[in-house]
Design a protein around this ligand. Structure first.
Ligand SMILES: [Zn+2]
Length: 155
């Protein structure tokens, strides 16, 4: 395969995997993701952004989620993390459930974890829905699982 073909192949297979990942999510979340375009960068960090492995962005009226090929985390995990930001903005921030999350996030924030309650949410959201969560987050515990169940049902 030439470089362009290979790039296309990787992007196509990434899109297929992304579809599978998204299909596992509750329909409430899937509906929200319908207007998003998913893009996969081949670098270990995002193209033009050495600090990040994933991003949710709006370019004009196009909503896009971009994911890099990190060595540390699977694309599945990064994709779910970025989706977590969309879920947080729509269903957690400013809602009554945010208070419940604030308590849980104190419990589950890791020592070396940068960022705020939202970042902790995205990590745990990703670990909860991932088929192969990174071992550093361990298995989703009962309180986290029931929080995410509650969130699936909340408005
Ligand atoms: Zn994030």
């Amino acid at each position: 395969m030439g470089t362009t073909d290979f790039k296309k192949f990787l992007n196509d297979s990434a899109s297929q995997e992304a579809k599978k990942t998204i299909n596992i999510l509750p329909s409430k979340y899937k509906n929200l993701l319908k207007d998003y375009i998913f893009k996969f960068d081949l670098g270990t960090t995002l193209k033009g952004d050495k600090e990040n492995v994933g991003v949710v962005q709006k370019i004009k009226d196009k909503k896009e989620i971009r994911v890099a090929s990190s060595w540390s985390f699977s694309r599945e995990f990064i994709l779910l993390h970025e989706i977590g930001h969309v879920i947080y903005a729509n269903f957690v921030a400013g809602k009554p459930i945010a208070k419940i999350w604030a308590k849980l996030s104190k419990k589950y924030k890791q020592k070396n974890e940068k960022g705020n309650e939202e970042e902790t949410f995205c990590h745990r959201f990703a670990a909860n829905y991932s088929q192969h969560p990174p071992t550093m987050f361990g298995k989703t515990t009962e309180d986290l699982a029931s929080f995410f169940k509650q969130l699936e049902k909340s408005n």
